[in-house]
Every structure is written in structure tokens, then in C-alpha cells.
Design a protein around this ligand. Structure first.
Ligand SMILES: Nc1ncnc2c1ncn2[C@@H]1O[C@H](COP(=O)(O)OP(=O)(O)OP(=O)(O)O)[C@@H](O)[C@H]1O
Ligand SMILES: [Mg+2]
Length: 364
């Protein structure tokens, strides 16, 4: 399912550009509790049948109601990239649209920064969207007769800021996605990847603490797609936002996700770190996503480093960006786990030989 337009749900700018990533404590940013979405038919009847253990298909046949999301409960923490994966029709878009109430949950609550958005009146909801979140869709329409800058400033127009301020913010957002020099171009002069960057810039112009991205890169060809993933990761380095990112694509999910949530028939069947999901898939459906993936090529040292593992004495440090082959060459004949450090030299954890061999084992 695609969308006709980028839905700009955040059209006011926050006062502060945001504090440095390191200074931020992990907070509960989005808390989803017992959420259901039932389309069509009688929701209460469908709900009862669900409790009786009937499947989505059986319920549809009996009542005409579609159970798009059932029994969803999870927390997304500040600063993390939370990826939702699942087959087509599994409920991903419905779920993400309930996070800003583009779709109203049938049952359950969604809290953003501790505020229950399911209880908000229209005005409070609009304020919350302006303040707290932006959404980027797979495909969207740029306004053809407006410049890239004007398109990027689109969401700011209604926020009551003056033109100079809007343009300044839009220009900064374009700079941040590498489109600074194209500010005065028109959309027809841009490639597909560049257009998608304008969509991202538009979402970033408000400096939202939460970004919702529904298959935002799926329409792009593979090279540009990887480029956009890198862009997102780079932006996260600069300023950690909370990102809920929907993807069909396992490689994408593993590259950018701090945690991956897997949906099957409207239900969350597993929510875990990428390596935990690969190591301990909850069921065959989850396993099937990984069947043809060589995880040793996808994971880097940082992905499998464990915080509570103590490095062995004198074992050389490896970079979080190191390949698992490189890690193996270090730990193969070391006395204990190898410390893993990020680009600032800060320890992010350690990898033991056993853990590493297990990862290779599973891949083989
Ligand atoms: N407005 C609607 N009315 C009725 N049923 C709907 C509506 N929107 C979604 N559905 C149904 O809800 C289920 C979940 O749909 P959803 O679009 O959330 O899936 P998805 O995981 O995003 O799929 P895709 O990967 O194809 O985008 C599907 O069975 C779909 O047919
Ligand atoms: Mg979808």
C-alpha cells in the first residue's frame, strides 16, 4: 500500500534544535498498550471471536471485519530506530498510523511522551503532531511549481512563523540531507532519490523528536536506497531522534534498526535486537525472513557486541564498524572477548569467541 502524498503531521518548529546525543537519557517515547484495529463489521463481535482463538481469516469470513492489528503492546525509547517488518497486509501501516492517530485505534492506548493521544481532542492532537512528530511516506507529491526550498518549507507554512524563519529552517534541513545547492531547483529537475530527500528534509524541517517512516525508501533503486539509509544513520549520529521505520526489507531493517519488531497477521510476534532475532527467532515466520541471509556479511562488530561482557585483558580493540571476519581474526587466539569501540573510541561492549562462533554457526 502506498500513499499519495507525504503526510506532514508536524508543522510547527520546536524552539530548541535538540541536545547532543550523549547527554540524552533513554526515555519511554512511545508506549503502545493493548492496541487493536478492527476495520469494518462489528468490532466487539470480532474481538470476542479473537478471544475465542479464531484466526483473522475466520473472523473475516464470519463477520466481514478485518483485524488489522491485534493485541499490540510495546515501548519505543527515545533515540532508537525501531523497525517494523512483516509481510504485506500484516498491519504495519495501520500500526504506524495509529501512533499519530491518522487511524484511531479500536481499543487500547497510545502514549507519546506520557500523554495518551487516544484521549486527546482534536486541538490537542494537532498540537501534539506539530510538536512531536513528522511522517515520511513511500511516495509523495512535491508541488511542481514550487522550488525545492518551498517544498521543504511546506509543513512550516501553517505554523505561523515568518517567511525568513521558515526558509532558514527549510534551508538547514536541505543542507542536512545534502540538497543545499538544489534549493532553488524545481522538482522536475531532481532524480527520484533527490525527491525522496526533499520529503525527508520536509519532515526534518520541524525538527521533530519522533519520525514515522512508512516504507520511506522502498520506491528507490538499491544504490540510492543504501545511500538514504546511510543518510538516516548519519542524521541519527548528529541528532538522535526516535524513528519508527517500516520496511519490507530485511537488509534495511538490520542496517538501520536498533530493534526490529516483526508483525504477522496483525500481531507482534517478536521484538528484539537484530542479532537476537537472528539468533532466537520466535517462530518459523520470523525464521523465514532470515533464511537466505548471510548474517555474517550483514552484521558488524557493533551489532553483536554485548555491553555486559567484560573484554579480556590486553585484547586489541575492534571498531564497531569492523566486519565479523575482522573480529574473528582478533578473538581467534586472544585471551578473552574483544572490546568494541565506536568512532569516538567509546566502549560499546565486547564480543566473546563463543558468541562469534555461534553467529557464524547459525549462518552456516
Ligand atoms: N481502511 C481500511 N479498511 C479496511 N481494511 C483495511 C484498511 N486499511 C488496511 N486494511 C486491512 O488491514 C490489514 C493490514 O493492512 P496494512 O496496510 O496495515 O498492512 P501493511 O503491513 O502495511 O501492508 P503492506 O506491506 O502491503 O503495506 C490488511 O488486511 C488490509 O487489507
Ligand atoms: Mg503498508
Amino acid at each position: 500500500m502506498t500513499d499519495a502524498a507525504t503526510q506532514q503531521t508536524n508543522d510547527a518548529a520546536r524552539a530548541e534544535p535538540g541536545s547532543p546525543a550523549e547527554a540524552e537519557e533513554r526515555e519511554d517515547r512511545i508506549v503502545v498498550e493493548d492496541v487493536y484495529k478492527i476495520f469494518g463489521g462489528k468490532a466487539d463481535d470480532a474481538y470476542k471471536l479473537l478471544q475465542d482463538g479464531k484466526s483473522k481469516d475466520e473472523i473475516f469470513a464470519e463477520t466481514g471485519a478485518t483485524v488489522a492489528v491485534q493485541d499490540a503492546s510495546f515501548t519505543v525509547y527515545s533515540g532508537e530506530v525501531f523497525v517494523i517488518m512483516g509481510l504485506s497486509g500484516s498491519g504495519k501501516s495501520t500500526m504506524v498510523r495509529m501512533l499519530n492517530r491518522l487511524i484511531d485505534p479500536t481499543y487500547g492506548t497510545v502514549k507519546i511522551n506520557g500523554q495518551d493521544i487516544t484521549a486527546m481532542d482534536r486541538k490537542a492532537l494537532i498540537d501534539m503532531r506539530r510538536r512531536d512528530m513528522s511522517m515520511v511516506f513511500q511516495s509523495f507529491a512535491l508541488m511542481p511549481h514550487q522550488t525545492v526550498l518551498e517544498n521543504a518549507a511546506f509543513g512550516l507554512t501553517i505554523s505561523g512563523r515568518d517567511k525568513a524563519e521558515r526558509e532558514k529552517r527549510a534551508q538547514e534541513a536541505l543542507d542536512s540531507v545534502g540538497l543545499g545547492p538544489n534549493a532553488n531547483s524545481y522538482p522536475s529537475e531532481l532524480s527520484g532519490g533527490m525527491k525522496q530527500r526533499v520529503g525527508l528534509a520536509r519532515a526534518l524541517a520541524n525538527d521533530p523528536p519522533v519520525l514515522l517512516m512508512d516504507e520511506a525508501f522502498s520506491a528507490l533503486d538499491p544504490l540510492i536506497r543504501t545511500e538514504m539509509q546511510d543518510e538516516l544513520l548519519r542524521l541519527q549520529q548528529e541528532h538522535r531522534r526516535t524513528v519508527v521505520f517500516i520496511s519490507h526489507d530485511l537488509d534495511e531493517a538490520m542496517r538501520i534498526g536498533d530493534r526490529i519488531a516483526i508483525m504477522q497477521d496483525g500481531r507482534f510476534v517478536q521484538i528484539d535486537t537484530p542479532d537476537e532475532i537472528v539468533s532466537n527467532p520466535a517462530n518459523d515466520y520470523v525464521r523465514s525472513f532470515f533464511r537466505n541471509v548471510d548474517v555474517t556479511q550483514v552484521f558488524k562488530a557493533g551489532d553483536i557486541a554485548r555491553q555486559h561482557v567484560e573484554p579480556g585483558e590486553g585484547v586489541p580493540e575492534v571498531s564497531a564498524e569492523a566486519s565479523l571476519d575482522e573480529v574473528l581474526s582478533v578473538v581467534a587466539d586472544a585471551d578473552g572477548p574483544a572490546p568494541v569501540v565506536d568512532e569516538n573510541g567509546k566502549r560499546v561492549g565486547a564480543i566473546s569467541k563463543t558468541a562469534l562462533l555461534k553467529t557464524f554457526d547459525r549462518a552456516g
